[in-house]
Design a protein around this ligand. Structure first.
Ligand code: HEC
Ligand code: HEC
Length: 250
């Protein structure tokens, strides 16, 4: 049964309805509180754009709109600006419009016509578009090496193979570099070591571990790591030269 949307015009019918709650059965007829989207945009087009937001940020409609999971989606209060995320999203929409409309169009020779910046360009499926190395360093500040390891494992399980985070050897390498500077240096070595465990065939991660070991004065371990790098890649010139400089045989 489809109910009319304007109850005043159909009071007689409403009286016949047994349930006191009139549930909204489908998308709204028109837009009410849009400040960025043009008001005459077809509602279905707005809904599609909204679905794009949920995918780009890895969230549900309720992240920005007032409503609860139990109710029908069309009973949500899409008009309300109560949720801070909705207000932020509106600023983000304005920002994206400015990037595409003002800045990109100002480039004299665009490499790729029609290559627009979208929410996905930055968010890549996550609410906060933060580099994995920064997340791991924060987890380390909060919970030490154990906190960092469990954050890495949890994110890798959930996101590996998606655009969200860089699980290449560059991430833990970056973490090691920052910790080597900031300390504790033992934790920096742990990050480099972890990278070696994760990337079995990479000479790069072994060489980086060796360089860190040299920096903390552990020459014996560094020589072993450089030899290990040469074992996975016999043509790794940098490791060969480093061993020569240390007076060690490859
Ligand atoms: C990241 C935040 C975000 C998510 C997630 C989101 N929306 Fe929105 N939505 C907005 C913003 C911001 C506006 C207002 C846009 C404007 O001001 O032009 C809006 C407006 C709307 C409107 C128009 C409301 C009116 O005032 O007429 C509808 C309908 C809507 N959203 C539906 C949805 C649906 C359905 C979903 C889930 C598929 C969804 N939204 C997910 C941020 C979001
Ligand atoms: C140029 C990069 C970039 C683009 C493009 C971008 N965002 Fe963001 N977004 C960010 C950054 C950075 C933050 C973190 C801001 C902060 O610290 O609160 C953020 C935060 C947000 C938040 C707040 C997160 C939260 O707590 O819920 C929302 C919502 C959001 N963006 C929505 C969008 C939507 C919708 C689009 C597309 C219309 C978009 N963003 C496009 C960079 C971007």
């Amino acid at each position: 049964m489809s109910l009319p949307r304007r109850p005043l015009a159909s009071l007689a019918l409403l009286v016949l309805v047994t349930s006191p709650v009139v549930a909204q059965q489908g998308p709204p007829d028109s837009l009410v509180n849009v400040q960025v989207i043009p008001r005459d945009t077809p509602v279905q087009q707005v809904i599609d754009q909204m679905a794009g937001f949920t995918r780009a940020l890895g969230v549900r409609c309720t992240h920005c709109h007032v409503g609860s999971e139990g109710m029908s989606i069309w009973e949500y209060d899409f008009v309300s600006d109560e949720k801070p995320a909705k207000r932020k999203a509106r600023e983000m929409m304005r920002m994206v419009q400015a990037i595409n409309g003002e800045y990109l169009t100002r480039l004299a020779d665009l490499d790729a016509e029609g290559l627009d910046v979208t929410c996905m360009t930055c968010h890549r499926g996550v609410r906060l578009p933060q580099p994995l190395a920064d997340i791991l360093l924060r987890a380390h500040a909060d919970g030490g090496i154990a906190g960092m390891d469990s954050a890495y494992a949890a994110l890798r399980t959930r996101y590996y193979g998606q655009a969200a985070y860089d699980f290449s050897e560059l991430t833990l390498d970056r973490v090691g570099e920052v910790l080597l500077r900031r300390g504790p240096r033992a934790d920096a070595l742990h990050a480099y070591q972890r990278n070696v465990e994760l990337f079995g065939t990479s000479a790069f991660v072994r060489r980086q571990l060796a360089a860190a070991q040299l920096e903390v004065g552990d020459t014996t371990a560094a020589i072993a790591a450089y030899r290990d790098a040469l074992a996975v890649n016999p043509r790794d010139r940098q490791s060969r030269r480093a061993l020569e400089a240390l007076g060690a045989t490859p």
